[in-house]
Design a protein around this ligand. Sequence first.
Ligand code: CS2
Length: 506
Amino acid sequence: MTPNAAHRIDGVAAPRARLNADTLARLPAAVRRPAYDRAALSTGIVHLGVGAFHRAHQAAFTDDLLAADPRWGIAAASLRTPDTRDALVPQDGLYTLLVRSGAGDAPRVIGSITRLLAAPDERDELLRTMSDPGVRIVSLTVTEKGYCHRPSTGELDEDHADIRHDLDNPHAPRSAPGVIVEALRRRREAGAAPFTVLTCDNLPSNGRVAKRVIARLAALRDPELGAWVEGELAAPSTMVDRIVPATTDADRARVAEALGVEDAWPVTAEPFSQWVIEDRFPTGRPAWETVGAEIVGDVEPYENMKLRLLNGSHSIMAYLGYLMGYETIAEAASDEALAALVGAYMDQEATPTIAVPAEADVEAYKRALFERWRNPALRHRTWQVAMDGSQKLPQRLVAVARERLAVGAPIGASALGLAAWMRYATGVDEQGAPIDVQDPLGPRLRAIAQDAGPVAERLAPAMIGVREVFGQDLPRDPRFVEAVTRALARLYDRGAAATVAAYGGA
Ligand code: CS2
């Protein structure tokens, strides 16, 4: 019996050994593992928001290049909870990336995260690390809401509770912009160059949004610091793409089976992975292009292509799919009527709004999307994608609808997706059961729904009045209000399944 296999002693199941630097050498030969000496790595990147996406995307790209260039080890921090740190410190930062497809599972151990920090109880250590001149990049995956901006304008939300807190307690910040501003202040005082801020969240012009909120917050703290940040800070934009469902206990069991050791927090992902990065790193960067990333002059067209095609369709499938009773995106994307609606949304509404990057094949990208969504091995829950709709929809369906209306074109599919979000955000499903709506504006949306009642003619205009999502213009555009109201009325009258089935001919 090998020491790392589960075994029974006196009838009691003994726990398996844990994945860590010692057990790494004993993993089955088929499991890919770091091809470099982890002890020789130095920290060149601090990452804020060490969720599943970062660990399946940027950390994996970086893992691929550390053998050639050991300067880019990652110190990864959680801003809110210590869970990831507590799970991975006993594993020396090692974790499994399980790439899943119909063809089977491919486990791989990633070693690029060399330190883990949790801001709530290690804030000073995090700020010290970020202030180290050896750190040249601070990257982020803090989700759309982590930028504390107003989604419809991209400006810092100066009334945001975390921003108010950080202005009152500038040395003990809790928001991502607050932590970055404090670290930049320390670097400036020490005469060090700023790090480059590399955002990897699904926002259009994400680098520009990051810079804007960071520079504004810095200026509110101290105008001179604000001017320095404005003049010196580089924040290139990126487009990131990989479907990464939340890790489940079944994934943990699968990984333990494949490795013969326990991994407290593996991540699962689809085989597809794309990273397009704007080349603006005044103090240097890893050669990510040698491991599959695309380095370009202008990321915006890629971002819009991805946000409007993949993410916009995802949101349609999440809200309508949830209402239709589908638990996963794979089930929703396999429903013929829903797939037809998504196809119509992409071809007729989203694609015409995209300035296609010359070297990108949009038709091939769209074709690949259905295959990716239908990946039978990924359990990507509609509920997960439905989260934070108020933060996601402005750059997805709302942006598409706005641009289509500007040229007088129809918006039926986008409007139906938005109406489905409104129906979902009421917090009650078609059977009268509660929906666990996760959204920073959740309570406000719920209150609007309660006030309006289940009456499309009241609910749709009231929801469209939420400026953070729809801006100042759309509430005043009768074509928009009417299209969404009509779609919501159908959802109430016929239910989601019949509305989707009738979409083509309705
Ligand atoms: C999804 C994205 O949760 C969501 O809103 O649309 O996380 C999506 O899976 C990724 O952007 C894929 O790259």
